[in-house]
Design a protein around this ligand. Sequence first.
Ligand code: CO
Length: 487
Amino acid sequence: MEKKPVKITETILRDAHQSLVATRMRIGQMLPQLEALDKVGYNALEAWGGATFDTCLRFLGEDPWERLDTLKQHLKNTPIQMLLRGQNLLGYNHYSDDVVRAFVRKASQHGVKIFRIFDALNDIQNLRTAIDEALHCKEKPQVQGCLVYTISPYHTNETFVELAKTLEEMGVHSVCIKDMSGLLKPYVAEDLVKKLKAAVKVPIELHTHYTSGFGSMTYLKAIEAGVDIIDTALAPFSCDTSQPCTETMIETLKDTPYDTGLNRQELTPISKHFLKVKQDIIKEFNLKGYFDVNPNVLDFQIPGGMLSNLTNQLKEQGMEDKYQDLLDEMPRVRADLGYPPLVTPSSQIVGTMATFNVMMGERYKMVPKEFKDLARGKFGHTPKPISTSFLHSIGIKDSEIITDCAIEDAKEKTMEQFRDELAEKGYKNAPEEDILSYALFPQVAEEFFREKMRFLSANRAKELLGELMKIDDPQALKEHLHQALKS
Ligand code: CO
């Protein structure tokens, strides 16, 4: 049989720790193994985007742009891949085209070599600007478009193939089947990959999570059907709600036509390091760190991390006994909303609405703004058009229904407006990177900048003290101090 080596994208630096330890891995915990990871021969290292940007600023006191610079310095051979939510970027709103383009440009300049771009609703309109900008970056990064996989009466393998064809026409270099909740069953994967391979020329990558327990079976059937690239995580950060295990997949394919050519034993010391990292993170942030296989995800379709948040909300309200009601309510809310795939931000929006319905004991008594926005079309078209009677019933007027969300996006703030806003808050001449951090997470970034300034001024004060100690002449001392205060 003809040789057809499968390529492997390693997720240990992004999705794996996002899925298992709430995205809490620090750059310092990655550093000791970056050179080793770089030598493995991976197709790519997914290392940036997704929730990492937010957690860097919010919880880890790290500048996400500096993290990217450090990764770039140490990863000379393997492309750095990022996950980007189209017009949503890495935030929870839609942004203006101006902000989307600036973000993609900066990410490319700082070292992103593969942009994996998706939209929660699979609405092409929301992918257009990000894909176009990435295709035109000076550094010539690879651009990958995603099919966000879900199960509903409105999604079939044929609809996904149509979407892949459109992505190929838009100029993407590869297409990814993004199965964020592990819903893709092995034989369905086989059929989908066969159909995709027949319909498009660009390579097909498969990204799944082990949540329902299908992971490596799904990969194997997809590989036999011709998938080009699979996403895996090193042993300590694999399985559960994360990706199938890198070492297992390498060994499974060894001495077959699909042999990856990678050496499992070379990975042992790297995995050993990350096992310790995982234990440290679980301890530091008091996390659970493991999740049981849950085939019922097929019904409620909420990603693992999200589910534990909802359970906590119920617990805080003393309503733990309502857990099953919540799981039952989720698919109903999703159906009312036109069957969106559940991934950030739609997963949070549907999950919160279902929780409210259960806690209030009455459906749609209280409807959050984000739910109304998604329902009225602010984030794009839902797979099934939502009935006007439902929209009216949750208080949306005909005049509020949006048919073209690009018109709404154009009303969002521009880079210049964000720059002015920061200046008004006392941060003048902010570099573009900081303006982007602020555009995505205004309060969190502001707080982060304040901390950073405080740190900088504390360092400067220490330095100044050292300088002053060396000056004997009182007049010179006065002059130096005067100059220092002016700057
Ligand atoms: Co994922």
